[in-house]
Design a protein around this ligand. Structure first.
Ligand SMILES: Nc1ncnc2c1ncn2[C@@H]1O[C@H](COP(=O)(O)OP(=O)(O)OP(=O)(O)O)[C@@H](O)[C@H]1O
Ligand SMILES: Nc1nc2c(ncn2[C@@H]2O[C@H](COP(=O)(O)O)[C@@H](O)[C@H]2O)c(=O)[nH]1
Length: 206
């Protein structure tokens, strides 16, 4: 499918810092919107329906699958997660840039549908640091953390299918890398269209 807006897909093992990086990026970039996924996972402490996720029952999720309402969906850490067409279609068709925070399975499905999507994988600096971040976040029980650490080994092996890999050791450095990728993609896209106007907009020049 071909749409005018850029599509950025950010994946990472749980706890590597993808949500923190995307949140910081969105605060700096008013031309970027994040897609709100549907999930069957229960909300964590401060999470709100329609803000972090649309929280739905498994039956509701499966009905959406049957109705073809998802661009992609996957089972991750024992729960179902999906990107609805409604979450992104209107935005990218209107030329806005959208970022998806999804797992590697979803990322590869999106690349099939949108070959121009830019796939970015966030790595933690070490396994021990990943574990510490999950523990320090304080949102998940020991069993959930164990499961996510075990799944992280499988997930990290998928990084080779991505267009870019960022190591999130120092937060500000990783954020700089993420910003640079977004900026570079916009420039590339603008240049491809070979219009002076598009290049100037990407550079933020009036
Ligand atoms: N560079 C960093 N250095 C230290 N701590 C970090 C760094 N980046 C993120 N963190 C912290 O690590 C924890 C996990 O980050 P975050 O929730 O963003 O991970 P995530 O990849 O989005 O996980 P999930 O997929 O489970 O949502 C948070 O407490 C966050 O503040
Ligand atoms: N394939 C998809 N994966 C998704 C989507 N939304 C989130 N996720 C991924 O699930 C895990 C766990 O998230 P958590 O919020 O429970 O910690 C993480 O890797 C997310 O990126 C989605 O729509 N599709």
């Amino acid at each position: 499918m071909e749409y005018p807006g850029n599509l950025f897909v950010v994946a990472a093992p749980s706890g590597a810092g993808k949500s923190s990086l995307v949140k910081a990026l969105l605060e700096l970039d008013s031309h970027l919107a994040v897609s709100i996924s549907h999930t069957t996972r229960a909300p964590r402490g401060q999470e709100q329906n329609g803000r972090e996720y649309w929280f739905v029952s498994e039956a509701e999720f499966r009905q959406m699958v049957d109705r073809g309402e998802f661009f992609e969906w996957a089972e991750v850490h024992g729960n179902l997660y999906g990107t609805s067409r409604a979450a992104i279609e209107a935005r990218i068709a209107a030329g806005d840039d959208v970022v998806l925070e999804i797992d590697w399975q979803g990322a590869l499905q999106i690349k099939q549908l949108f070959p121009h999507a830019v796939l970015i994988f966030i790595l933690p600096p070490s396994w021990d640091e990943l574990l510490q971040r999950l523990k320090r976040r304080g949102e998940d029980g020991e069993d959930v953390i164990d499961r996510r650490m075990a799944n992280a080994r499988v997930e990290v092996a998928q990084a080779r299918h991505f267009d870019f890999v960022i190591i999130n050791a120092l937060f500000e450095t990783a954020l700089f890398d993420l910003k640079a990728i977004v900026h570079a993609q916009r420039l590339k896209y603008a240049a491809q269209r070979r219009t002076k106007k598009a290049v100037f907009e990407a550079l933020g020049i009036e």
